[in-house]
Structure formats: structure tokens, C-alpha cells
Design a binder for this molecule. Structure first.
Ligand code: ITT
Length: 200
């Protein structure tokens, strides 16, 4: 297999994540390819019990399908009043075929009677692999609260309902540049870049 050291395949079909990674990985000066760009159309079952396990499964499996280095992200929202749910089920929270809007509606309904206890965190686990071998793993988190109603049109997923109280802004009201400073994914990506620098 021919590998190109200047390429990273980001193992996601989520275009929101991909757009963020293009910004977050820019300091590495590598070409960022999507699964589609890399010609990979198979899907991997996310059977892990934790974000870290799922990120590892995705990185290892996809790295067997391409000669390039693969970076996988498994992420989601943990809400304290819901005992940490939706957690690893964040993408599947409102069942198959549901939209981001459906998931946000369900979340707000479930928290309807929670006036004070609305704390939540976004968590992002990253795993990097090549040729079926793990290179590194890291993670990042961002704490906030669940807003009373969706605000803002930017981002994806639960962004419109995830509020940073100090700024009185949801992630849905953040620009891509602001989200790239505060988010769980940006923290994980900074850790990844530090680890890569230390290992080289
Ligand atoms: P891939 O597996 O292809 O990467 P996915 O959307 O299924 O895409 P996950 O399994 O990691 O990704 O599920 C993460 C879900 O958590 C995602 O669909 C969103 O609903 C939510 N999520 C994760 N990061 C988020 C963010 O930065 N903003 C808003 N919602 C986020």
C-alpha cells in the first residue's frame, strides 16, 4: 500500500464534524480527506460502551481500509439530570431517521420540569490509527447548560440547545471560529496536536 504522510482521513460521515476538523487540524499542515474522498463507503457499527471505545473501533476498522492515517471522533452530550444520557446514544437519541431538530425537541421535553439542574457536558474522544494499529488516543470536554429553547442556526446536532452561561450564547450562536476555540472537539484536537508534536 502507498501511504502519503501528508494526508489524514477523518473517519466521519457527519459534515459538521468534518468542517470543524478542517479548521482544527490546519496547524498540522496536512491534507484532510473525508471517508468519501478516501473512497470508503462501508459503515462501522459503533458497538462500544464508551466514547473512547467507539473512537478506537472506528479508527482501527477504517484504517484497515485505507493506506492513510485515520482520525476518528466519537462524541456526544451528557446531561446530568438524565443520568448522563444521551451519552454514546447522542446520534440515536430520538430513534432511527430522526433529525437534529427532533433530538433537540425530545431533550427539551425531558428537561421541561428541571429549572435549575440543567448542567451538561459535551465530550469528544479521538483515536488515530494507521494500518490497523493505534497511534494515539485523547479527549476533550466542554461544560455548559441546556437552554430553555433552541437559539442560533450555526453548527449541528445539539449546538442550538447547548448554552455557555458566562457568554450567554449557545453553540448554535457561535461562529465556526468561536466554536473552534471553546468546544470539546477543539480541546481534544489541541491535545492531539500536542501529543503528535511530542512524539516527533
Ligand atoms: P460519525 O460517526 O460518522 O462521525 P455521528 O454524527 O454518528 O457521525 P457520533 O456517533 O460521534 O457521530 O455521534 C455524535 C452525536 O453527538 C452527533 O450526531 C450529535 O448529535 C452529537 N454531537 C457531537 N458533537 C457535537 C457538537 O460539536 N455539536 C452538537 N452536537 C454534537
Amino acid at each position: 500500500m502507498v501511504t502519503a504522510a501528508g494526508i489524514i482521513v477523518v473517519a466521519t460521515r457527519n459534515t459538521g464534524k468534518l468542517g470543524e476538523f478542517r479548521v482544527l487540524l490546519a496547524p498540522l499542515g496536512k491534507r484532510v480527506l473525508s471517508l468519501e474522498d478516501a473512497g470508503i463507503d462501508r459503515d462501522i457499527e459503533e458497538s462500544g460502551a464508551t466514547f473512547a471505545e467507539n473512537a478506537r473501533i472506528k479508527a482501527l476498522e477504517y484504517s484497515r481500509m485505507t493506506p492513510h492515517t485515520v482520525l476518528a471522533d466519537d462524541s456526544g452530550l451528557e446531561v446530568r439530570a438524565l443520568g448522563g444520557r444521551p451519552g454514546v446514544f447522542s446520534a440515536r437519541y430520538a430513534g432511527p431517521g430522526a433529525s437534529d431538530r427532533d433530538r433537540n425537541r425530545k431533550l427539551l421535553e425531558q428537561l421541561e420540569h428541571e429549572d435549575k439542574n440543567r448542567e451538561a457536558r459535551f465530550f469528544c474522544a479521538l483515536a488515530m490509527a494507521r494500518g490497523g494499529a493505534l497511534i494515539l488516543e485523547t479527549s476533550g470536554e466542554c461544560r455548559g447548560i441546556i437552554a430553555r429553547a433552541p437559539r442560533g442556526e450555526n453548527g449541528f446536532g445539539y449546538d442550538p440547545v447547548f448554552l455557555i452561561p458566562e457568554l450567554d450564547k449557545t453553540f448554535g450562536e457561535f461562529s465556526l471560529e468561536e466554536k473552534s476555540r471553546y468546544s470539546h472537539r477543539s480541546r481534544a484536537a489541541r491535545n492531539l496536536i500536542d501529543l503528535l508534536k511530542r512524539n516527533n
